[in-house]
Ligand binder design. Sequence first.
Ligand code: GTP
Ligand code: MG
Length: 393
Amino acid sequence: MVEKKVDKRKVKEVKSKAKTKKVKEDKEVVETGDEDVKEEEVIEGRDEGDGGDEGDEGVEGAESVEEGDGAEEGAEEDVVMQLSDLPGVGPAAVEKLEAAGIFDLMGVAVMSPKGLGDAAGMGESAARKAIQAARQMMDLGFQDGLEFAEKRKEIFNITTGSKELDGLLGGKGIETKAITEAFGAYGSGKTQLGLSLAVNTQLPLEQGGAEGKAVYIDTEGTFRPDRVKEIAEGKGLNADGVLKNILVARAFNSDHQILLIDKVGELVKNGEPIRMVIIDSLTAHFRAEFSGRGQLADRQQKLNRYLHNLMKMGEQFNLAIYVTNQVMANPAMMFGDPTTAIGGNIVGHASTYRMYIRRGKKGSRVAKLIDSPNLPDNECLFFITEKGVVDEE
Ligand code: GTP
Ligand code: MG
């Protein structure tokens, strides 16, 4: 994932430059997500039931707007540039580009003038200027190691409650500026981990928390205030205080789920000290709404875009993002656990940390890390108790 943050002054400068500058011809490098789609199409026919019961128990959108403690950081200079910031790219062009699967500056920066012209319905020379502007705004190229290290320094972690599980994820739990995905069967503990994280986010720093609030986007009606209270009390916290610091929204469909991400951005900008965003489940709505065979490509495109925006939000506001995902049967797998995550590689590529959770012996849970860029594919055991996720029963 490439940094897309730019400083406002620079953008203005670039915009005006782009108007006058001539640009050389560019090579055509346009990516498509086709592989992912094909791969999943094969297995889609043998979906397991997903047990995604649409519980109606709505949860109030608890949007207590309190005085936040200095969470405005970054709101000013961390402006994330969008397609509409490019010269010559109006709302109609943005719409066309998005329909073509191009959602951000990176998408434009790697296009040819002709490709962009065709996709956005604009002239080639205007397209050339837009591409040039995208490249400049994005700061394509290098940052020195020190700058990179500075950026990494902002990152912090929130404990899962289990040292084992924290260790699996690199030592200290769920990381900010990253997406951590848990996938697994019905009842494997994905939601329980989410509820535990919503509580742990509020713990003091020295206990592995972030002294902040959590956002819980509930797509299945499985958020349980009573369970949160129990977990909070198990950790010696004030149960009502903890509940108040979890901003819950029930997402009724995938569009609503997508919209809620913008809302999170607004809350952070308004000073809410949000440190963690939980999406339970990431994929259930997408899966239900795009269930036809012919709809798979559309679903993947929409999901891809959503994940993209999620990651951007995580990077912009330094948030930890935890998402849950269901599984389906994978007939291609003859041995071992024959399950595969919904959303296929689209979700897999977008998740920085991806773990598979299943029930283990004697009430334990087994988490297995999969394809992490910087960590070994290890396994660990944890338990779910009245205190939430812990190491030992
Ligand atoms: P789906 O959303 O259906 O895909 O499943 P999930 O992975 O989200 O499962 P969830 O996290 O809801 O796990 C449910 C399981 O957690 C239950 O079957 C119990 O084993 C365990 N569990 C839930 N609440 C408690 C509790 O209060 N105490 C203990 N000890 N275990 C609990
Ligand atoms: Mg669940």
